[in-house]
Design a protein around this ligand. Structure first.
Ligand SMILES: Cc1ncc(COP(=O)(O)O)c(C=O)c1O
Length: 421
């Protein structure tokens, strides 16, 4: 029996309707930009395994750091203890975070970083004796699958059965040149209730919403308005963080910096899970008091796991390296040229890029996870490329170490596919 058959006996996969889905393929090895299946085929990981393995799989620097850590300190309670990887990681992260971020809170994945951000925002006001319970988020946002994160997410495909039990959230459209006046008006009306605790957003790119992009200058308008009223601005950089938009963080492109940031995915270069919610000194200070109850009583067993922290240190070191920065620039340039080449293609309704993210909306009407979409996925797999279309959107977020010829191979395969539609 191969892995596919053995898998079916006990395993339940994420985002999957098992009755209609196709078999899960067994991947037995990953190296650099390549995934290897159990039958000896290889595929370029064109989405960096959900935007985590941005330095390629099993990068020697990551492997070395993590291996060293595994044999010296594996896991320790982070309440009452601290350890070198956590401290070093905090120092390293401070080198690249927007300067207003001063404190770091640990968890295990992207969703929990958002739940924590929401709880921090609510308690920030509560600790000051203010009753602020409203949360503002964008339409069609995606922030994860735990209850808080799901509440601020606006994509029905994930939330349907839970819509009556999630937190109440006021939703606004993502601002653009056409709607900015209306969005500002809607936003101001909600702010005027004086009950808003926080504004949660994916800065510049809505990942799960088919990589839809918006301009920093419009988001800046909203952040400035919110911050005038001490509404906590939460940038969910789980997807955009660590180089995806061409800078360390999408927030680097903003004039008004968020009060809280959510980080995960590429934080550990895909080696082990970890999430971080970072905040300003001002937020932290609202919890710093003689009353014990004003502390933040939230904690995950694996908080600041030393192995995960060591992976994060290695990952940030790589991100700062010339090799990786050159790689990001090479991809950005490649994407921009490809966009120019395809932008008037008759089978494309929109093509967009920011940093290493490239998304193409095809003139097709297909379900997000339906059969037609699977056929597209299979087509690219048969050509040696792993990408996961979201409905009619083809998108890639390649590892920063991808070579020019590999990138060209992806572009050519995409173009051939689009030409033939
Ligand atoms: C912007 C954003 N926030 C949060 C999450 C949730 O992260 P996780 O899947 O690690 O819980 C994701 C996942 O794709 C995401 O794109």
């Amino acid at each position: 029996m191969n892995l596919t058959n053995r898998d079916q006996k006990h395993l339940w996969h994420p985002l999957t309707q098992h009755k209609t889905t196709q078999d899960a393929l067994g991947i037995v090895k990953a190296n650099g930009v390549y995934l290897f299946d159990e039958f000896g085929n290889k595929y370029i990981d064109a989405i960096s395994s959900w935007y985590t393995c941005v330095y390629g799989h099993c990068h020697p620097h990551m492997v070395q750091k993590v291996t060293e850590q595994v044999s010296s300190l594996d896991q320790i309670v982070f309440a009452g203890f601290t350890h070198p990887p956590a401290v070093e990681m905090s120092e390293k992260l401070m080198e690249i975070l927007p300067k207003n971020q001063q404190k770091i809170f640990f968890s295990d994945n992207g969703s929990t970083t958002v739940d924590i951000a929401i709880k921090m925002s609510l308690q920030y006001h509560f600790n000051q004796g203010k009753k602020k319970l409203k949360i503002i988020a964008f339409q069609d946002a995606f922030h994860g699958d735990t209850f808080g994160a799901m509440s601020v997410s606006g994509l029905d495909v994930y939330n349907g059965p839970f819509s009556d039990v999630v937190l109440k959230v006021d939703r606004i459209s993502v601002p653009n040149q056409e709607n900015i006046d209306r969005v500002v008006c809607d936003f101001k009306n909600i702010l005027a209730t004086n009950e808003v605790a926080c504004f949660v957003f994916e800065p510049l790119v809505q990942g799960a919403n088919c990589m839809k992009m918006h301009e920093a200058k419009y988001l800046d308008v909203l952040i400035a308005l919110a911050q005038e009223q001490d509404v906590v601005c939460v940038a969910d950089e789980v997807m955009t963080g660590f180089g995806k938009t061409g800078m360390y963080f999408a927030s680097d492109r903003l004039k008004y910096k968020p009060d809280i940031m959510c980080l995960s995915k590429a934080l550990t270069g895909g080696m082990v899970p970890m999430g971080l919610t970072t905040c300003t000194q001002k937020i932290y200070d609202a919890f710093y008091a003689d009353e014990i109850a004003k502390g933040f009583f939230h904690g995950h067993t694996y908080s600041a796991n030393p192995i995960a922290c060591s992976a994060a240190i290695a990952s940030i070191e790589l991100l700062q390296s010339k090799e990786i920065q050159d790689g990001i620039q090479r991809i950005e340039k490649g994407h921009q040229e490809f966009v120019l080449k395809l932008k008037n293609h008759s089978n494309i309704s929109e093509i967009r890029t920011l940093g290493v993210i490239l998304a193409i909306d095809l003139k097709l009407n297909i379900d997000r996870y339906g059969k037609d979409r699977n056929e597209i996925l299979n087509h690219f797999m048969s050509k040696g490329i792993f990408l996961r279309p979201l409905g009619n959107t083809l998108y890639i977020v390649p590892p920063y170490v991808i070579k020019e010829e590999e990138l060209l191979m992806i572009y050519n395969t995409m173009k051939e596919f689009i030409d033939a539609l």
